[in-house]
Design a protein around this ligand. Structure first.
Ligand SMILES: Cc1cc2nc3c(=O)[nH]c(=O)nc-3n(C[C@H](O)[C@H](O)[C@H](O)COP(=O)(O)OP(=O)(O)OC[C@H]3O[C@@H](n4cnc5c(N)ncnc54)[C@H](O)[C@@H]3O)c2cc1C
Length: 496
């Protein structure tokens, strides 16, 4: 450990991760440090990662990006949630809609009132009370902080975008703020013999690039954190059964829907992402259950427009880098681990790691306590997301293929098993400290994947039957009326 000030940061990699970090570091710390980004045109980027979750709106706002300019430049659309089709059983679907559902009550979530209503014979769906869901299926959108005339929250949204265009957009931003870009392929890494810290990177032609801190954004290659420092992945493949993806763009279809589709298939699932200029498609599958040829057939036979390229295979390992930060290397993006794209969390993990890095940015030398705290936070964050993703696989009622039977039979982490049992028996679900996903997110996926809670919170009994009926009816009227007042999604994207 050296006590010298960190004056220079080198980001290795120019995918979504590299340019997101470069942009945020330049915006916040650009006056205190110099930032260089090295990327290789020869290697290129992973080229997927088109669906996001609501905190991305804050990321763009923190940079001061203009939303219209961003949507135009990245061919973006609005995302209000993810529709899960055929996950519980063939032919059934539900949505993990962002935002809140119903109305907040002190000490007791809305869904307890809904559960009591159901117990008393009510037939409404939980999603009747989700503004995001109703707006999504009616293809409507406008930013809305609150439902008019109430204190009920409005719409919570994220984006679909072309990942390559987003990286280019951020590159222009970061270069304007002084980030120095070097194109080249790193072929060697020099370590300090005393402490094993990375001293410099070497490029072809003998060029060396030294820095005090390196951010490894080399994607699945994990050149610094794994290949150089030897920090391996803690594998989560026993719970996350898929290990390959095949991606292909296709001609877009209209109208542009404001949600991602996730369609369960015989040995995995398929995504469909509407962009202004095309659709993003891909299939995530288990190589134990499907050959590439089977995946290809399943993908290509189900496109809703002409394929615009040959499908590309992306093998991956799910898991978490044991130390996201080791010595003077912080790994961010795919180099730090991967959870598969089911809940579109990878770009969010880049954002939160970038924020964490800035909050923990070393001043005089890199302190082990600082590194340990950074690693502890990232471990907890990833484990919570991991559990949420496992939930989708575990709680299925499909018995039609080995893949799904195996998912249903698998042992799951006790943290998740406890959560499921609590919800099943009591209807209660608690958001853990640092959990990215809200109670409403857990409730929707657990209900959507077939758990009907046996009970509800006694606070729901404090309303008379008539009051409960009135509550449900008034919320539904409010949400339906609000959705009708919103413009069509495409009106928000007038340039597309
Ligand atoms: C199938 C799939 C679907 C996904 N879908 C989503 C999604 O919907 N939503 C979401 O949030 N995330 C998604 N992700 C994750 C998302 O794609 C990544 O988190 C994101 O693109 C960041 O990637 P990256 O920048 O870490 O890596 P990459 O894009 O692979 O970039 C790596 C960079 O490192 C450079 N590099 C590598 N080696 C060298 C070297 N030796 N010298 C110089 N440069 C080098 C490369 O040139 C490149 O610039 C998905 C991932 C996969 C695999």
């Amino acid at each position: 450990m050296s006590g010298a000030k960190i004056k220079k940061v080198v980001i290795l990699g120019g995918g979504t991760a590299g340019w997101m970090i470069a942009a945020l570091l330049a915006k916040v710390l650009g006056k205190a440090i110099s930032i260089t980004l090295v990327e290789s045109d020869r290697i290129g980027t992973v080229g997927v990662g088109e669906a996001t979750i609501p905190p991305i709106v804050n990321f763009n706002q923190a940079l001061g990006l203009d939303e219209r300019e961003f949507l135009r430049a990245t061919k973006g659309t609005i995302k209000l949630g993810i529709q899960f089709e055929n996950w519980l059983r063939q032919g059934e679907s539900y949505m993990h809609a962002f935002g809140s559902v119903g109305k907040k009550f002190p000490f007791c979530d809305f869904h307890h009132f809904w559960c009591r209503h159901r117990h008393a014979g009510g037939t409404s769906s939980y999603w009747d009370y989700s503004l995001n869901y109703q707006a999504a299926v009616h293809n409507r959108f406008a930013p809305l902080a609150q439902i008019k005339g109430t204190n009920l929250p409005g719409i919570s949204y994220a984006y679909h975008f072309d990942a390559g265009l987003y990286a280019q957009f951020l590159r222009r931003f970061a270069e304007d703020k002084g980030v120095h870009r070097i194109e080249g392929t790193v072929s060697g890494v020099q370590l300090c013999p005393r402490d094993g810290f990375v001293e410099s990177l070497s490029l072809g032609g003998g060029q060396r690039i030294a820095a005090g801190l390196f951010v490894d954004c080399t994607g699945l290659a994990a050149l610094l954190i794994e290949k150089t420092l030897g920090i391996d992945l803690e594998s989560w493949s026993q719970w996350l059964p898929c290990d390959r993806a095949m991606a292909v763009p296709s001609a877009g279809s209209r109208p542009l829907i404001p949600y991602t589709r996730s369609i369960a298939r015989a040995a995995g699932w398929q995504w469909r992402i509407p962009l202004q200029h095309r659709s993003g498609n891909g299939i995530v599958y288990s190589s134990d259950h499907w050959s590439d040829a089977q995946a290809r057939e399943a993908l290509m036979d189900s496109l809703d427009g002409e394929a615009l390229a040959e499908p590309r295979i992306i093998p991956f390992r799910t898991g978490r880098r044991r130390n996201q930060w080791d010595r003077n290397v912080v790994s961010i993006g795919l180099s730090s681990g991967f959870l598969e794209p089911l809940e579109s969390t990878s770009i969010h993990l880049i954002q939160s790691a970038a924020t964490r890095l800035i909050k923990s940015f070393p001043h005089r030398g890199i302190r082990p306590a600082e590194v340990a705290e950074f690693n502890r936070q990232s471990k907890v964050e990833m484990e919570r997301i991991r559990d949420f993703i496992i939930l989708h696989y575990k709680l299925n009622q499909r018995r039609d293929t080995d893949f799904w039977r195996q998912c249903e039979a698998m042992e799951i982490p006790s943290t998740l098993a406890d959560k499921i049992e609590l919800f099943r028996h009591t209807g209660k679900v608690f958001r853990d400290y640092d959990d990215l996903f809200t109670e409403e997110a857990w409730q929707q996926v657990m209900l959507g994947q077939g758990i009907v809670p046996e009970d509800y919170h006694p606070i729901a009994d404090t309303l008379s039957e008539r009051q409960l009926d009135e509550l449900m009816a008034s919320l539904k009227t409010l949400i339906d009326g609000t959705v009708k007042s919103l413009p069509a999604h495409e009106e928000y994207l007038p340039f597309c």
